[in-house]
Design a protein around this ligand. Structure first.
Ligand code: AMP
Length: 113
């Protein structure tokens, strides 16, 4: 997708710190971390948000979910972590390419929102 920041990151046109990649998804460190570990997991196929996740093929959906667990283990988050996907303006989504935030490395607040 032209002019999509995360499509450019996946293509290597914008630098990122890669932590994981497979045929379906790419994961990299958030540029403005909200926790000691803050990673974004994105599908290689462009869809705007979790509301459009049904447009992805099943193998891509499975790959993303599996990748989250693999990355958490790779990052040593055995004490726990939080996964967030902001969708649309009410959730303050700022990049319209589906992504899952993996947040960990500290005690999270007990309020989700
Ligand atoms: P959201 O607000 O849920 O759409 O999340 C977008 C995330 O992308 C934010 O946490 C940003 O810090 C992050 N971000 C924006 N630009 C970059 C970039 N060039 N590299 C890594 N993360 C980025």
């Amino acid at each position: 997708m032209e002019n999509c920041l995360f499509c450019k990151i996946i293509a290597g046109d914008i630098p990122s710190t890669k932590v994981y990649e497979d045929g379906f998804c790419y994961a990299f460190r958030d540029i403005n971390p909200q926790a000691p570990t803050h990673i974004l997991v994105v599908p290689k196929q462009h869809v705007a948000s979790i509301a459009e996740m049904g447009k992805l093929p099943d193998d891509a959906l499975c790959a993303i979910m599996r990748a989250i667990g693999k990355i958490a283990a790779q990052e040593g988050l055995e004490n726990g972590f939080r996964v967030v996907s902001n969708c649309g303006p009410d959730a303050c989504q700022s990049v319209p390419h589906l992504h899952f935030h993996i947040l960990g490395g500290r005690q999270m607040g007990d309020q989700m929102a």
